[in-house]
Design a protein around this ligand. Structure first.
Ligand code: AMP
Length: 251
Protein backbone atom coordinates (compact mmCIF):
# COMPACT_ATOMS: atom_id res chain seq x y z
CA UNK A 1 0.00 0.00 0.00
CA UNK A 2 1.15 3.49 -0.84
CA UNK A 3 0.59 6.39 1.58
CA UNK A 4 0.28 9.93 0.27
CA UNK A 5 1.08 12.71 2.75
CA UNK A 6 0.24 16.37 2.12
CA UNK A 7 2.88 18.70 3.53
CA UNK A 8 2.45 22.45 3.46
CA UNK A 9 5.15 25.13 3.56
CA UNK A 10 4.13 27.76 6.11
CA UNK A 11 5.69 30.57 8.15
CA UNK A 12 7.69 28.90 10.92
CA UNK A 13 5.67 28.50 14.12
CA UNK A 14 8.27 30.45 16.14
CA UNK A 15 8.21 33.53 13.87
CA UNK A 16 6.20 36.57 14.97
CA UNK A 17 3.64 37.13 12.25
CA UNK A 18 3.58 40.56 10.57
CA UNK A 19 0.70 41.77 8.44
CA UNK A 20 1.73 43.32 5.08
CA UNK A 21 1.38 47.10 4.97
CA UNK A 22 -1.28 46.84 2.22
CA UNK A 23 -3.24 44.37 4.41
CA UNK A 24 -3.50 41.78 1.65
CA UNK A 25 -1.94 39.03 3.78
CA UNK A 26 0.94 38.22 6.09
CA UNK A 27 4.55 39.00 5.23
CA UNK A 28 6.45 35.98 3.90
CA UNK A 29 9.43 37.78 2.31
CA UNK A 30 12.65 37.16 4.28
CA UNK A 31 10.70 35.14 6.83
CA UNK A 32 11.73 31.65 7.96
CA UNK A 33 9.42 29.08 6.38
CA UNK A 34 9.05 25.48 7.59
CA UNK A 35 6.89 22.41 7.25
CA UNK A 36 3.50 22.89 8.91
CA UNK A 37 3.82 21.14 12.33
CA UNK A 38 0.68 19.03 11.83
CA UNK A 39 2.11 17.89 8.47
CA UNK A 40 5.32 16.76 10.23
CA UNK A 41 3.09 14.62 12.45
CA UNK A 42 1.27 13.29 9.35
CA UNK A 43 4.56 12.34 7.71
CA UNK A 44 5.90 10.77 10.90
CA UNK A 45 2.79 8.58 11.15
CA UNK A 46 3.13 7.47 7.52
CA UNK A 47 6.79 6.59 8.11
CA UNK A 48 5.94 4.59 11.23
CA UNK A 49 3.25 2.68 9.29
CA UNK A 50 5.78 1.90 6.56
CA UNK A 51 8.43 0.87 9.10
CA UNK A 52 5.96 -1.55 10.69
CA UNK A 53 5.64 -3.27 7.32
CA UNK A 54 2.08 -2.12 6.58
CA UNK A 55 2.95 0.21 3.70
CA UNK A 56 5.39 -0.04 0.82
CA UNK A 57 5.92 3.61 -0.10
CA UNK A 58 5.43 7.10 1.35
CA UNK A 59 4.90 9.90 -1.16
CA UNK A 60 5.07 13.49 0.11
CA UNK A 61 3.07 16.07 -1.82
CA UNK A 62 3.31 19.85 -1.61
CA UNK A 63 1.47 22.54 -3.53
CA UNK A 64 2.61 26.11 -3.94
CA UNK A 65 5.60 28.16 -5.10
CA UNK A 66 9.01 26.82 -6.21
CA UNK A 67 10.34 26.95 -2.61
CA UNK A 68 7.98 24.10 -1.65
CA UNK A 69 10.76 21.89 -2.96
CA UNK A 70 12.74 22.79 0.21
CA UNK A 71 9.84 21.55 2.33
CA UNK A 72 9.67 18.38 0.25
CA UNK A 73 13.43 17.85 0.71
CA UNK A 74 12.88 18.07 4.49
CA UNK A 75 10.16 15.43 4.13
CA UNK A 76 12.45 13.24 2.04
CA UNK A 77 15.19 13.67 4.67
CA UNK A 78 12.73 12.54 7.35
CA UNK A 79 12.21 9.36 5.29
CA UNK A 80 9.60 9.87 2.55
CA UNK A 81 10.49 7.87 -0.59
CA UNK A 82 9.42 10.38 -3.24
CA UNK A 83 8.12 13.90 -3.56
CA UNK A 84 5.46 15.48 -5.75
CA UNK A 85 5.43 19.23 -6.24
CA UNK A 86 2.44 20.92 -7.82
CA UNK A 87 3.81 24.34 -8.65
CA UNK A 88 1.42 27.25 -8.38
CA UNK A 89 2.04 30.89 -7.63
CA UNK A 90 -0.45 32.82 -5.50
CA UNK A 91 -2.69 31.65 -2.74
CA UNK A 92 -4.18 28.16 -2.92
CA UNK A 93 -7.41 27.72 -0.98
CA UNK A 94 -8.38 24.40 0.66
CA UNK A 95 -10.90 23.44 -2.06
CA UNK A 96 -8.25 23.91 -4.77
CA UNK A 97 -5.71 21.89 -2.76
CA UNK A 98 -8.34 19.17 -2.24
CA UNK A 99 -9.08 19.07 -5.99
CA UNK A 100 -5.35 18.77 -6.76
CA UNK A 101 -5.01 15.95 -4.22
CA UNK A 102 -8.00 14.17 -5.78
CA UNK A 103 -6.33 14.37 -9.22
CA UNK A 104 -3.08 13.06 -7.76
CA UNK A 105 -4.97 10.13 -6.22
CA UNK A 106 -6.00 9.13 -9.74
CA UNK A 107 -2.31 9.09 -10.75
CA UNK A 108 -0.71 7.69 -7.57
CA UNK A 109 -3.52 5.38 -6.37
CA UNK A 110 -2.62 5.52 -2.64
CA UNK A 111 -4.43 3.35 -0.08
CA UNK A 112 -4.28 6.10 2.53
CA UNK A 113 -3.91 9.89 2.55
CA UNK A 114 -2.64 11.58 5.70
CA UNK A 115 -2.86 15.36 6.17
CA UNK A 116 -2.38 17.73 9.05
CA UNK A 117 -5.62 18.67 10.79
CA UNK A 118 -4.89 22.29 9.94
CA UNK A 119 -2.29 24.56 8.45
CA UNK A 120 -1.03 27.03 11.04
CA UNK A 121 -1.01 29.90 8.53
CA UNK A 122 -4.66 29.94 7.45
CA UNK A 123 -6.04 27.74 10.29
CA UNK A 124 -8.66 26.53 7.80
CA UNK A 125 -9.01 22.92 8.97
CA UNK A 126 -10.84 22.07 5.75
CA UNK A 127 -8.58 20.32 3.25
CA UNK A 128 -8.72 16.78 4.67
CA UNK A 129 -12.50 16.87 4.98
CA UNK A 130 -12.87 18.28 1.46
CA UNK A 131 -10.61 15.72 -0.20
CA UNK A 132 -12.46 12.90 1.58
CA UNK A 133 -15.73 14.40 0.33
CA UNK A 134 -14.49 14.75 -3.26
CA UNK A 135 -13.19 11.17 -3.28
CA UNK A 136 -16.16 9.76 -1.31
CA UNK A 137 -13.61 8.12 1.01
CA UNK A 138 -14.18 7.67 4.76
CA UNK A 139 -12.37 10.18 6.98
CA UNK A 140 -10.88 10.09 10.46
CA UNK A 141 -10.07 13.64 11.50
CA UNK A 142 -7.98 14.87 14.47
CA UNK A 143 -6.46 11.40 14.92
CA UNK A 144 -4.63 10.82 18.20
CA UNK A 145 -4.02 7.11 17.44
CA UNK A 146 -3.98 5.14 14.18
CA UNK A 147 -3.87 1.36 13.87
CA UNK A 148 -4.04 -0.38 10.48
CA UNK A 149 -5.33 -3.88 9.80
CA UNK A 150 -3.80 -4.96 6.49
CA UNK A 151 -5.80 -8.22 6.25
CA UNK A 152 -9.18 -6.56 6.73
CA UNK A 153 -8.11 -3.36 4.92
CA UNK A 154 -9.25 -1.24 7.87
CA UNK A 155 -7.89 1.75 9.78
CA UNK A 156 -8.81 2.24 13.43
CA UNK A 157 -8.65 5.93 14.32
CA UNK A 158 -8.93 7.32 17.83
CA UNK A 159 -10.01 10.98 18.00
CA UNK A 160 -9.97 13.37 20.89
CA UNK A 161 -13.44 14.85 21.28
CA UNK A 162 -14.85 17.13 23.98
CA UNK A 163 -16.16 14.34 26.16
CA UNK A 164 -13.20 11.93 25.78
CA UNK A 165 -12.07 9.61 23.01
CA UNK A 166 -14.01 8.46 19.97
CA UNK A 167 -12.89 5.35 18.06
CA UNK A 168 -13.71 4.99 14.36
CA UNK A 169 -13.16 2.10 12.00
CA UNK A 170 -12.54 3.21 8.40
CA UNK A 171 -12.52 1.05 5.28
CA UNK A 172 -9.40 1.69 3.22
CA UNK A 173 -8.73 3.71 1.15
CA UNK A 174 -9.35 6.53 3.60
CA UNK A 175 -8.32 10.03 4.63
CA UNK A 176 -6.80 10.72 8.06
CA UNK A 177 -5.93 14.11 9.56
CA UNK A 178 -3.52 14.35 12.46
CA UNK A 179 -3.85 15.94 15.89
CA UNK A 180 -0.97 17.13 18.05
CA UNK A 181 -0.71 14.11 20.33
CA UNK A 182 -0.55 11.45 17.60
CA UNK A 183 3.25 11.20 17.70
CA UNK A 184 6.52 13.06 18.15
CA UNK A 185 8.02 13.71 14.69
CA UNK A 186 11.65 12.69 14.16
CA UNK A 187 14.49 15.01 13.21
CA UNK A 188 16.25 14.39 9.91
CA UNK A 189 19.78 13.07 10.43
CA UNK A 190 22.72 14.42 8.42
CA UNK A 191 23.16 11.21 6.35
CA UNK A 192 19.44 11.27 5.54
CA UNK A 193 19.62 14.96 4.55
CA UNK A 194 22.39 13.99 2.10
CA UNK A 195 20.39 11.00 0.82
CA UNK A 196 17.31 13.17 0.32
CA UNK A 197 19.14 15.20 -2.32
CA UNK A 198 19.01 12.31 -4.76
CA UNK A 199 15.40 11.25 -4.09
CA UNK A 200 13.03 12.09 -6.98
CA UNK A 201 10.55 14.98 -6.93
CA UNK A 202 7.99 14.93 -9.72
CA UNK A 203 6.59 18.26 -10.89
CA UNK A 204 3.12 19.09 -12.11
CA UNK A 205 1.16 22.23 -12.78
CA UNK A 206 -2.47 22.41 -11.66
CA UNK A 207 -3.43 22.62 -15.37
CA UNK A 208 -1.71 19.29 -16.05
CA UNK A 209 -3.92 17.83 -13.33
CA UNK A 210 -7.01 19.51 -14.81
CA UNK A 211 -7.51 21.79 -11.81
CA UNK A 212 -8.47 25.43 -12.19
CA UNK A 213 -6.79 27.41 -9.38
CA UNK A 214 -9.27 30.26 -9.69
CA UNK A 215 -11.22 30.41 -6.43
CA UNK A 216 -14.67 31.68 -5.51
CA UNK A 217 -13.15 32.82 -2.25
CA UNK A 218 -11.49 36.21 -1.88
CA UNK A 219 -9.61 37.50 1.16
CA UNK A 220 -10.79 41.09 1.59
CA UNK A 221 -8.42 42.21 4.30
CA UNK A 222 -5.98 40.88 6.88
CA UNK A 223 -5.51 42.90 10.07
CA UNK A 224 -3.57 42.46 13.28
CA UNK A 225 -5.52 41.71 16.45
CA UNK A 226 -6.09 44.80 18.65
CA UNK A 227 -3.27 45.47 21.11
CA UNK A 228 -4.05 44.24 24.63
CA UNK A 229 -4.55 46.97 27.21
CA UNK A 230 -2.07 47.02 30.09
CA UNK A 231 -3.28 45.29 33.27
CA UNK A 232 -3.55 46.86 36.73
CA UNK A 233 -2.05 45.66 40.01
CA UNK A 234 -4.57 45.62 42.84
CA UNK A 235 -3.65 46.04 46.46
CA UNK A 236 -6.14 43.64 48.05
CA UNK A 237 -8.58 40.78 47.47
CA UNK A 238 -11.41 43.14 48.50
CA UNK A 239 -10.45 45.53 45.71
CA UNK A 240 -10.40 42.59 43.23
CA UNK A 241 -13.86 41.45 44.31
CA UNK A 242 -15.17 45.00 44.06
CA UNK A 243 -13.83 45.32 40.47
CA UNK A 244 -15.20 41.93 39.43
CA UNK A 245 -18.60 42.88 40.85
CA UNK A 246 -18.93 46.50 39.85
CA UNK A 247 -16.66 46.97 36.80
CA UNK A 248 -16.47 43.64 35.02
CA UNK A 249 -19.87 42.59 36.45
CA UNK A 250 -18.92 38.92 36.29
CA UNK A 251 -19.81 37.97 39.85
P1 AMP B 1 -5.97 23.58 6.00
O1 AMP B 1 -7.26 22.94 5.61
O2 AMP B 1 -5.55 24.70 5.08
O3 AMP B 1 -5.96 24.01 7.46
O4 AMP B 1 -4.83 22.47 5.83
C1 AMP B 1 -4.95 21.16 6.38
C2 AMP B 1 -3.91 20.24 5.80
O5 AMP B 1 -4.07 20.16 4.37
C3 AMP B 1 -2.46 20.68 5.98
O6 AMP B 1 -1.94 20.30 7.25
C4 AMP B 1 -1.78 19.88 4.85
O7 AMP B 1 -1.64 18.52 5.21
C5 AMP B 1 -2.82 19.98 3.74
N1 AMP B 1 -2.53 21.14 2.87
C6 AMP B 1 -3.20 22.33 2.81
N2 AMP B 1 -2.64 23.16 1.89
C7 AMP B 1 -1.58 22.47 1.37
C8 AMP B 1 -0.59 22.77 0.39
N3 AMP B 1 -0.56 23.92 -0.26
N4 AMP B 1 0.36 21.82 0.11
C9 AMP B 1 0.34 20.63 0.76
N5 AMP B 1 -0.57 20.29 1.69
C10 AMP B 1 -1.52 21.19 2.00
Amino acid sequence: MKIMVAIKRVVDYAVKIRVKSDRTGVETNNVKMSMNPFCEIALEEALRIKESGLASEVVAVSMGPAQCVDTLRTGLAMGADRGVHVEAAGQLYPLTVAKILKSLVEVEKPGLIILGKQAIDDDCNQTGQMVAGLLSWPQGTFASKVVLDKEKQLAMVEREVDGGLETLELDLPAVITTDLRLNQPRYATLPNIMKAKSKPIKKYTPQELNVDVKSDLEVIQVTEPPKRKAGVILSSVEELIDKLKNEARVI
